[in-house]
Design a protein around this ligand. Structure first.
Ligand code: ADP
Ligand code: ZN
Length: 625
């Protein structure tokens, strides 16, 4: 508002200046005023030479002569009716001039000009005020102070990433007690780059650091800086650091820094990258500009460290990098504990079991899982969340919503049942495969059926046998269709793609082929999001050899799968028949069917599981306890 008042004041001064100028000018130009009756008198005495009409104002000049009151005298008067007067003057020897009423025109023009000027001044001032407010809001909006009512995040809210927290403890120490560090001349890193896949808790960790240290926390996203107009981002960066210095010690957090810090050489569209690189430059300059006595720590997070500009990592900028990876099974359990504390769980809920069910889940996935489970429980009217809810929630997250209403013909369902039964039998037969968890022919998300296995522990390295078994299990679906129904369906598309990927990686990346040797033929150019891989340059013959190796590996696995399926043909038939009826089987039920499909072990008198349909109803009665 101050700006508006100031501008209006300036305008007022200008008006005063011109106004008084005009006044002086008119005073100087003022002629003596005479009354109309005096003029009538003069007119009667014939001593008028000139009359200049401006509207009903008339300037009258007298001829010098004996009768005149004074020689060459000029004055002004107002006539009530100019037309009548002019008619009266017709046969008199007076020169008459008609003037356009200029002064009135000037006054009008001045008035108009003045109004326009006033509007312009007001509009400009308001604009300025808005911009100024936006600018200060841009930084103040993103500021979280330690005691202004926001929920403070501390290390208690973070679990499963102990290594990362340990690395950052030092930073907290510094923020709490900067003098201790400066006394011994130690400098603390200005910037820390948190890198890791999305949802692993990078933002959470940054907030926890601020919470632990009890300092103000500015939180931005890289995209906040990048605007349509070149230069906006850079000026925002400068404002931000100016503000931060006022509030030091403090933490500035820039999420998704790749939005501004993307490599400048990987040039995207010209204008966009212009703005980005200006913003990045401003950031670099600011980071170089403050010293460790400014007590500002810049934290940045990214899930694309591979595309970051190398200038960002140079000493004095983000010279410390902390990688945060998805938690292991123990970590998952701890994270689940944190989030499950916010909901009502049933007393027999075993979180370690749930942690085992979710390999590869990040902290954000787990938080989502807990919420979904609570929703499931609420929907089915339960008073506490139990293990079934977690399982349903997990399936929903992993595979999408069940398409219960999807209409499939009996024939399609039968093909699907054979396909899934094929996967399951191989998974159950092969050693070193992950235990079976669930088989279903209810379509979910984009998949028609599913055979799930659950690893007992998190795998970080995969053995040759494990991978080969994995391919064989994938081939089990197609092999079962082939053998039992003598046909091939498109349902195996996903399996074949996945099998081919594994086989290719085994030979080209992991050096697992005898003939090709321990040599890499493809490289990943991936960040945490799993980018694409590229074949390295190679001789034509090598490429042909690789192709034939992959082909042989896949064919061998398929043969293996087909052999197992043929050997267990009756089991396959039973399993598929039951799946069509019950749609979903778990590991326990699967074991019962295996037991019953072996005539020697079946203990029901009338049961002849291999051949008669009654055999199936016998099994059904057992699994539908
Ligand atoms: P990122 O920034 O890495 O994408 P976030 O920090 O935004 O991930 O995480 C999103 C949410 O996931 C957090 O608000 C929190 O609820 C949950 N979360 C993620 N990691 C953890 C963790 N290690 N411990 C507890 N909760 C976590
Ligand atoms: Zn399949």
């Amino acid at each position: 508002m101050a700006i508006l008042t100031r501008n209006l004041f300036i305008l007022f001064l200008i008006t005063l200046f011109f106004g008084s100028g005009y006044l002086v000018w008119t005073i100087e130009n003022r002629l003596p005023e005479r009354s109309y009756s005096e003029f009538r008198y003069c007119l009667k005495n014939h001593d008028i030479s000139n009359m200049t009409f401006t509207g009903n104002r008339v300037v009258i000049s007298h001829r010098a002569g004996e009768t005149s009151t004074s020689p060459g005298f000029t004055y002004k008067t107002t006539v009530p009716n100019p037309e009548e007067l002019i008619a009266e003057l017709k046969d008199k020897d007076i020169r008459i001039v008609f003037n356009k009423d200029r002064s009135e025109f000037i006054l009008q023009a001045l008035g108009l000009f003045y109004i326009i000027l006033l509007i312009i001044v007001i509009v400009l001032s308001l604009n300025r005020i808005k911009k100024e407010e936006e600018k200060s809001r841009f930084t103040t909006d993103k500021l979280v102070r330690p005691n202004d009512g926001h929920k403070i995040v501390t290390f208690k809210d973070v679990a499963g990433i102990p290594e990362a927290l340990e690395e950052l403890l030092e930073i907290i120490e510094f923020l709490r007690n900067p003098d201790q560090f400066s006394q011994v001349g130690a400098t603390i890193p200005k910037g820390v780059l948190l890198q890791g896949p999305p949802g692993t808790g990078k933002t959470l960790v940054a907030r926890a650091i601020a919470g632990e240290a009890g300092v103000p926390f500015y939180s931005f996203s890289g995209s906040d800086f990048v605007e349509m107009f070149v230069g906006v981002g850079a000026s925002r960066v400068r404002d931000l650091f100016k503000e931060a210095k006022k509030n030091a010690p403090c933490i500035v957090f820039i999420d998704e820094i790749d939005a501004v810090g993307g490599s400048r050489s990987s040039g995207s569209s010209a204008s966009g990258s212009d703005e980005r690189s200006q913003t990045l430059n401003a950031l670099l300059v600011e980071m170089d500009g403050f010293t460790s006595t400014d007590n500002i720590i810049v934290l940045a997070a990214t899930n694309r460290p591979d595309i970051l500009d190398s200038a960002l990592r140079r000493p004095g900028r983000f010279d410390r990098q902390v990688t945060i990876l998805p938690p292991d099974i123990v970590g998952r359990q701890k994270i689940l504990q944190i989030h499950a504390a916010k909901i009502k769980t049933s007393p027999d809920l075993d979180l370690s079991q749930i942690a085992q069910m979710c390999p590869g889940f990040t902290g954000a996935d787990l938080a989502n899982l807990v919420n979904e489970a609570a929703l499931m429980a609420a929907r089915s009217g339960k008073s506490a969340v139990d293990c079934t809810d977690f399982e349903l929630a997990r399936d929903r997250i992993l595979m999408g919503v069940e398409h219960k209403g999807m209409i499939m013909t009996e024939k399609d369902r039968s093909i699907l049942a054979y396909h899934e039964a094929g996967h399951a039998i191989i998974a159950k037969t092969l050693p070193e495969a992950d235990p079976l968890h669930k088989i279903t022919i209810i379509p979910r998300g984009s998949a028609l059926g599913q055979t799930q296995q659950l690893p007992l522990f998190d795998r970080h390295a995969y053995s040759y046998i494990y991978l080969k078994n994995r391919i064989t299990i994938l081939m089990g679906g197609r092999a079962a269709e082939d053998i039992a129904l003598n046909q091939r369906s498109t349902g195996a598309q996903g399996d074949i793609l996945q099998a081919t990927e594994i086989a290719t990686n085994m030979i080209c990346k992991w050096g697992m082929s005898e003939d090709m040797g321990p040599q890499a033929f493809i490289v990943d150019d991936s960040g945490f999001l799993g980018g694409s891989s590229q074949r390295l340059p190679m001789a034509d013959k090598t490429a042909r050899d690789i192709d034939s190796e992959i082909k042989t590996l896949l064919a061998t696995c398929y043969e293996n799968a087909a052999t197992i399926i043929s050997q267990k043909f009756y089991l396959l038939k039973n399993l598929a028949g039951i799946l069509v009826q019950v749609e979903t089987l778990d590991n326990e039920e699967f074991d019962i069917i295996v037991a019953c499909s072996d005539t020697n072990k079946c203990n029901s008198e009338e049961c002849d599981c291999y051949t008669c349909p009654a055999g199936q109803s016998c099994i059904l009665s057992k699994i539908k306890k």
